[in-house]
Design a protein around this ligand. Structure first.
Ligand SMILES: [Zn+2]
Length: 503
């Protein structure tokens, strides 16, 4: 405020000098573009916005959808404790089962061009930093790239395609260079340094720090986009293209999924807009998916704590009878809308549960897949319990998890729960152990802790590790806070590490 009881000369001086010096302009709000991606009731939550990597991406998709070109500016904060002499970005489209070709054309650090080296079967580049990035400091990386998008010939509803063009849809998860996760020796003694694992089609392959995204995308106007985050702008560019801007709250990655013929409908659930997208001929299944997703969002929010984002989208995708979780988006296979319709409800609940156990609380999906998969699977039973009653949930446990694990044991094909994805002998063994036995492990925790304590434990686990990454030891420590004796006994009985018990 300017002074009042002063002489005219003083007033004049103040006017000439301006009052602004006594009221410095407000510092820009680092959370400003990202708050719309959160629910209205979560937008004022204090978040250390500067501690998240921030991606500002500008991409263009060719009219035939076979080529994407992009430039990005990525702010990279070093959270410590190690100083960094290099950075690693993952190029997930170059994974064999993604089938894309992402080529990096230029890299600069704080405006200075730098060299880079392809690594990990071309699914990563390493950038040597011009100067050491100390803990607490940040740097900005500018990257230009092109991405050749595969068009799959196996255009049947049985085809499972995570990436590229299939069945008239275009799925583009991780279409940009994605900062690798870094673990200090203290955080992950088994695998310190930049995470360079190369996943396969059997499990999930992407591992990411929670990050902020502003994505500007110029797309063919005929395509209906399904994206992570909140749409902030939509502008026609010429007769054929539209420019969109989306921004997210803290999130693991950014998904773009397109279909020319998508129809959609939305409902509101606990302050989140839930939208379902389907293809012509799938209307009743598409509307059912909307109700299932909204119902799961409410039921699981009540058990695990709030879902903080303003959007949740569910869309049909070329994923056969399977589903796949992305931030604020779940993709469900075409067969779930048709021949496997009786699986649609459970699959939707499982993928909605991943919004807690993958998106909010993340874990290494290649080396410890059971942490989130077992809990997402168990959560589909919690959803059933809330919506259809306890006996339905018991039937699920009996048929889907116990019977499957018993069969595995009878065949002498059991395996430990905490194994990397590719150490399982087959896809069937992987699914039975990681999903079936994994779900039963969480059920055993529930029986040991009792009803109320179990959900208090899960809510605290979600709250404590929101936007963070957990190791198995973090889960064990959280269990110990509620019942150290039971926690240790359960861990010995069910987990015990990579050479741990089989049952
Ligand atoms: Zn899953």
């Amino acid at each position: 405020m300017c002074g009042l009881s002063v002489g005219l000369a003083w007033m004049l001086w103040l006017l000439l000098a301006g009052c602004a010096w006594s009221e410095p302009p407000p510092t820009p709000d680092p959370g400003e573009p990202f708050r719309p991606g959160l629910r209205a009731q979560d937008r004022s939550t204090a978040l250390a916005w500067e501690t998240f990597p921030r991606y500002d991406l500008d991409i263009r998709l060719a009219d035939d959808r076979r080529l994407l070109t992009g430039t990005g500016q990525i702010r990279v904060p070093n959270p410590g404790p190690d100083p960094w002499t290099s950075l690693v970005f993952r190029l997930y489209p170059n994974l064999d089962h993604y089938g894309g070709l992402l080529q990096v054309q230029s890299v600069a650090v704080d405006g200075h061009p730098v060299n880079f080296l392809y690594q990990a079967a071309d699914t990563a580049i390493r950038i040597e930093l011009p100067q050491v990035l100390l803990p607490g400091e940040q740097t900005t990386v500018q990257i230009g790239w092109s991405l050749a998008i595969p068009e799959w010939a196996d255009d049947t509803p049985a085809a499972y395609r995570l990436f590229g063009i299939s069945q008239g849809m275009t799925s583009l998860p991780l279409f940009y260079p994605s900062l690798a996760v870094y673990a200090s020796a203290e955080a992950d003694p088994a695998r310190p340094g930049w995470w360079m694992d190369v996943g396969t089609v059997r499990g999930d392959a992407a591992f990411n720090r929670a990050s902020l995204f502003v994505v500007t995308a110029t797309l063919p106007s005929l395509q209906v986009p399904v994206a992570s985050g909140r749409e902030l702008a939509r502008t026609p560019v010429d007769g054929y293209r539209t420019r969109y801007v989306w921004a997210t709250g803290p999130t693991r990655e950014f998904l773009l999924h397109l279909g020319k013929d998508f129809r959609s409908q939305s409902v509101e659930a606990y302050g989140t807009q839930v939208t379902s997208y389907w293809l012509p001929g799938q209307e009743s299944a598409g509307r059912a998916a909307l109700q299932y997703a909204a119902g799961a969002l409410r039921a699981l929010s009540d058990r695990f704590g709030p879902y903080p984002y303003s959007e949740l989208r569910v869309a049909v995708a070329p994923l056969s009878f399977r589903g796949m979780e992305y931030p604020q988006v779940l993709l469900l296979g075409t067969q779930l809308y048709d021949t496997a319709l009786d699986e649609l409800e459970l699959r939707t609940a499982h993928e909605v549960a991943h919004q807690w156990w993958y998106l909010l609380v993340h874990n290494d999906p290649v080396n410890h897949p059971w942490i989130d998969e077992g809990l997402a699977e168990y959560a589909s039973g919690i959803y059933l319990e809330v919506v259809h009653g306890r006996s339905e949930a018991e039937m699920l446990r009996r048929r889907r998890w116990e019977a499957v694990v018993e069969r595995l044991v009878a065949e002498g094909a059991d395996a430990p729960l905490d194994l990397p994805v590719d150490e399982y002998a087959s896809g069937a063994q992987y699914e039975a152990v990681v999903y079936g036995k994994g779900a039963l492990f969480y059920h055993a925790i529930r029986r040991a802790l009792g009803e109320e304590t179990f959900f208090a434990f899960l809510r605290e686990y979600a709250e404590t590790y929101r936007y963070a990454i957990v190791e198995p030891s973090d889960l064990l420590e959280m269990m110990r806070r509620y019942d150290p004796g039971a926690a240790d006994a359960l861990w010995r009985e069910w987990i015990g590490g990579r050479d741990g018990p089989i049952r």
